[in-house]
Ligand binder design. Structure first.
Ligand code: AKG
Ligand code: FE2
Length: 205
């Protein structure tokens, strides 16, 4: 593992332990971000995306709750830039297991595209029937995102005194966000342009 990657992982863990949210800017370089965004667009143009559903089986499409389109990544059919991304996630899993004893076993990841004006209402990522989702991971693929574009990830942080603190994260290209899937409710706010990401979960066995 490169020293840079190790420093990034340490910063991510510090954020999760200290503030319940870890954030790394530059997890992907501008070039990697552009390549993955281009691959997303190619796959979408090829008709591989589906409207995302809600609930454990994701069978029900409910636009008043979430409006994104997704495509699950498959290591078997991954292109070189996708494989490079998956390898880095695998390194993160190994680092977390080695340093924090999390017992992570595998991951699931999908591309997501939120068309202009769509959103994902406040929710928790861990379904009652699937407690294996330990950490939520989101990596944004949006070059030159401006605060006025909207599309923030709003995170609702429970405070020790029972109150709640809201933190808003701009979906900047190359930025990685990570938090406990069973703890943090969160929401995707509507944007004035299409909003691209890779979203996933690190799972225990
Ligand atoms: O894209 C984001 O910022 C969050 C996505 C999300 O909450 C989800 O897919 O469960
Ligand atoms: Fe979520």
């Amino acid at each position: 593992m490169t020293p840079t990657l190790e420093t990034q992982f340490e910063r991510l863990i510090d954020g999760i332990l200290g503030n319940n949210v870890g954030l790394i800017d530059g997890f992907l370089s501008d070039e990697e971000t552009a390549q993955l965004a281009q691959r997303l667009h190619l796959r979408r143009a090829a008709g591989q995306f589906r409207e995302a559903g809600i609930g454990n089986g994701q069978a029900v499409v409910e636009k008043t709750i979430r409006g994104d389109e997704i495509l699950w990544l498959d290591a078997q059919t991954a292109t070189s830039e996708e494989t490079a991304f998956l390898d880095r996630v695998q390194q993160l899993i190994e680092y977390l297991n080695r340093t924090c004893y999390l017992g992570l076993r595998d991951y699931e990841l999908h591309y997501a595209l939120y068309p202009t004006g769509t959103f994902y209402k406040r929710h928790l990522d861990r379904f009652r029937a699937d407690s294996k989702r330990k950490l939520s991971l989101i990596c944004y693929l949006n070059p030159n995102w401006q605060p006025a574009d909207g599309g923030q990830l709003a995170l609702y942080l429970p405070q020790p005194d029972g109150s709640e603190q809201t933190v808003q994260v701009d979906p900047l290209g190359g930025r990685l966000v990570c938090f406990d899937s069973g703890l943090l409710e969160h929401e995707v706010l509507p944007a004035t342009r299409d909003r691209l990401s890779l979203t996933g979960w690190l799972r225990t066995g």
